[in-house]
Design a protein around this ligand. Structure first.
Ligand SMILES: [Zn+2]
Length: 298
């Protein structure tokens, strides 16, 4: 599964088209929970011309653009607000596999815009109330001119291969026997490839080479942009740092532990590994394992 760009259906914009008569999509948040209609096993986003039709009183509302020609709005309600009849507030994470993928991605944008709008009502430098800019997703201070954009934190996640086997690690934060790929946030002053090298050395004590960009995924908990890479093992013995990583092993394509959803960048990287390394024989020597540059996304 390779995801198509959301921009095939979604057009971002900062000001609504008054002539658009199609009912709008409303991404309504009650803290981390989003309002959805659950109908005949389908989970959908509420549609209405105005939110008041749903008996909801918004605190602040932001226009996000159009999806399939329908205007999209994000908004927040006061904590404790009850969902109208036939709708529920559900934790956004729990909706990951239930919502249409583009809708989930847009919901991820919506919650970040709502939180950013709420957190930047006042200038971080001088405390003056800010003004939302009309031509970009930003707020400006009318007093000192300080501009605040939506915050995005880039993080790298890497599929590392040695002799046809994939490195997977058990994170201290996850419960049970869930293994994942090596991942971590990009630090100020480094390239994303250097972040891959540093994180791999810090977490499992290995050097990697042939670092290749694979694709990316926005992850709104709270504001990550996951940048996926593939890489080959270069040198070193696995040494889990004992802090973030408590165990790590090389797994063959037919011995992988429980896997994440294919819809995630982690799932797509593991799928890439399986497609490229299943049924391959390795004599034990590290080979050039970058074979799949043509089938990658983007
Ligand atoms: Zn200011």
């Amino acid at each position: 599964m390779r995801r198509k760009s959301i921009y095939q259906r979604y057009i971002p914009s900062f000001s609504p088209d008054d002539k658009n008569t199609a009912p709008s999509y409303w991404f309504v948040f009650n803290e981390n929970r989003m309002m959805v209609c659950e109908d005949n096993d389908k989970t959908i986003i509420p549609q209405a011309d105005k939110l008041e039709e749903l008996n909801i009183s918004p605190v602040r509302t932001q226009y996000l653009g159009t999806l399939d020609g329908h205007s999209c709005y994000s908004t927040e309600v006061n904590p404790g607000t009850l969902a109208p009849e036939g709708m529920v507030f559900r934790d956004l994470r729990s909706l990951y596999l239930d919502l249409d993928e583009d809708i989930f991605l847009l919901a991820g944008k919506a919650i970040q815009v709502v939180n950013w709008d709420s957190d930047h009502q006042f200038c971080g430098k001088c405390g003056t109330p800010t003004r939302t800019m009309s031509d970009e997703m930003a707020k400006i201070c009318p007093e000192c001119g300080f501009i605040s954009h939506t915050r995005i934190s880039p993080a790298v996640i890497t599929a590392i291969v040695k002799d046809g086997k994939l490195l997977m690690a058990k994170h201290s934060r996850t419960s049970g026997d869930m293994y994942g790929l090596i991942a971590g946030f990009v630090e100020a002053g480094e390239t994303i490839e250097e972040a891959v090298q540093r994180e791999t050395m810090e977490e499992v004590g290995l050097k990697v080479k042939n670092i290749q960009y694979f694709g990316s995924q926005p992850w709104p908990f709270p504001n990550s942009l996951m940048l996926g890479f593939t890489a080959d093992y270069e040198s070193g013995d696995i040494q889990a740092d004992g802090n973030e990583i408590i165990d790590a092993h090389w797994f063959g394509a037919d011995e992988l532990p429980r896997l994440p959803s294919k819809m995630s960048i982690a799932g797509e990287l593991i799928q890439w590994y399986i497609e490229n390394y299943q049924n391959r024989r390795y004599a034990g020597k590290t080979q050039n394992t970058q074979k799949d540059t043509k089938t990658r996304r983007y």
